[in-house]
Design a protein around this ligand. Structure first.
Ligand code: ATP
Ligand code: MG
Length: 297
C-alpha cells in the first residue's frame, strides 16, 4: 500500500475566521501540527493525517473531487457552493462543529419603511450568496433579483446597484456605518466537517473513524460536568432523575453512615445553579461540580 492510501487528508483554512477554531479543535483532539507560514501542507505527528492549508473557498471542491478526504468549512460557503456550483456535494455535513458562528442578513437603507419580506418584491439584492438568498426568497414566495458582488456589498445601495443587500452580519457596525439596517436573518452558519463522497481506503477510514471519535469526545466534554455529592439513600431515584443528561450514576456507600450514599455522575448538559439548589432541597450535601477534560464513549 502506498502512503497516500493510508494517510488521511484534511483541508482547513490557512488563515482567517475559520482557521483559529480549526487549529484549536485539532489541538483539543491531541493533535499537534507543525506548520510554517508558507507551507501548504502539515503533517500531524500523532496520527497519519496530512493537513492541507488553503483558502476556505477551495475546500468544498477539494473534498468533492477527492483531492482532500475531509475538510472544515463554514456552512454558508458550503451551502452556497452546493446550491450554485457544479461540485457534487452531499446535502448533510458529517458533523457540525459549533465554532465560527455567523448569520446572513438582509439589510436595507435606514428609513426605507421596510414592512416585511414583501417589500423585496421586484427589487435587486446585492450579495455574495445568491444561492442561499434565492433559496430564501423562493421559500417566502418572493421574486427578486440577486446581483452578485464578491466584496464591499454594503456599498451597493449607495451605488444604485441594489435596493437591498444580503451579507454576513456580526456586530452590525459595518452596516450602520453605511447607513443600512438589518431587517431579516435568513441563515445561520457554523463550521462543519465534510467528507468526500469517494470511498476511503480501509486504512484511511480507520483513521477517519478515530478522528471522529476524538472530535465527538471534545464536543461532549465542552458542556459535560462530573458531579459528586452525598445524599440520603431514600432520595437516590429523585436525584438521579434531576441530573441533566446523565447515564446511570455510581452509588457508593459512605463509611459509618447507612442512611447516606455518595452519588457520582457525568452530566452531558450544562449544570445550572438552579439544579444545585434543587439537589440541596432533596437533601444532597457536599456537592462538587468538576470540568471534564476528555471523554470517550
Ligand atoms: P479566505 O482567505 O480563506 O478565502 P475569507 O476572507 O473568505 O478567507 P473569512 O473572513 O476568514 O473568509 O471567513 C471565513 C468564514 O468564517 C465565513 O465564511 C463564515 O463561515 C465564518 N465567519 C464567522 N464569523 C464571521 C464574520 N463576523 N464575518 C465573516 N465571516 C465569519
Ligand atoms: Mg474565502
Amino acid at each position: 500500500m502506498s502512503s497516500s492510501d493510508s494517510i488521511l487528508r484534511l483541508a482547513i483554512q490557512k488563515k482567517g475566521r475559520l482557521a483559529d477554531g480549526s487549529f484549536e479543535l485539532l489541538k483539543r483532539c491531541g493533535l499537534t501540527i507543525s506548520h510554517g507560514k508558507d507551507k501548504l501542507y502539515a503533517r500531524v505527528e500523532e496520527m497519519p493525517i496530512d493537513v492541507l492549508l488553503v483558502r476556505d473557498d477551495d475546500i468544498p471542491a477539494f473534498v468533492a473531487d477527492g483531492a482532500s478526504d475531509i475538510g472544515i468549512i463554514g456552512q454558508n460557503v458550503y451551502d452556497e457552493q452546493r446550491l450554485t456550483g457544479d461540485a457534487d456535494l452531499p446535502e448533510e455535513p458529517e458533523m457540525r462543529l459549533g465554532f465560527s458562528g455567523c448569520r446572513l442578513c438582509i439589510a436595507v437603507p435606514k428609513g426605507e419603511g421596510y414592512d416585511g419580506a414583501n417589500w423585496l418584491e421586484g427589487k435587486r439584492i446585492a450579495t455574495s450568496y445568491p444561492g442561499i438568498t434565492q433559496a430564501w426568497l423562493k421559500d417566502q414566495g418572493i421574486n427578486a433579483r440577486t446581483v452578485v458582488m464578491n466584496g464591499a456589498v454594503e456599498i451597493a445601495p449607495r451605488m444604485n446597484i441594489g435596493e437591498a443587500i444580503c451579507d454576513i452580519v456580526s456586530t452590525g457596525a459595518t452596516l450602520d456605518a453605511n447607513g443600512l439596517m438589518p431587517v431579516e436573518t435568513i441563515y445561520r452558519s457554523e463550521a462543519i466537517l465534510i467528507k468526500s463522497p469517494h470511498r476511503l481506503s480501509d486504512a484511511k477510514q480507520a483513521v477517519f473513524d478515530s478522528l471522529l471519535k476524538r472530535i465527538r469526545g471534545v464536543q461532549d466534554s465542552r458542556e459535560a460536568k462530573y458531579i459528586m455529592m452525598n445524599a440520603p439513600r431514600s432520595a437516590i431515584d429523585e436525584i438521579t432523575a434531576m441530573l441533566p443528561g446523565s447515564d446511570a450514576p455510581t452509588i457508593l456507600n459512605l463509611a459509618g453512615d447507612d442512611s447516606k450514599v455518595a452519588i457520582h455522575a457525568v452530566c452531558r448538559e450544562s449544570v445550572f445553579w438552579e439544579t444545585l439548589e434543587n439537589l440541596k432541597r432533596l437533601g444532597a450535601s457536599a456537592i462538587l461540580v468538576l470540568n471534564i477534560e476528555k471523554m470517550m464513549a
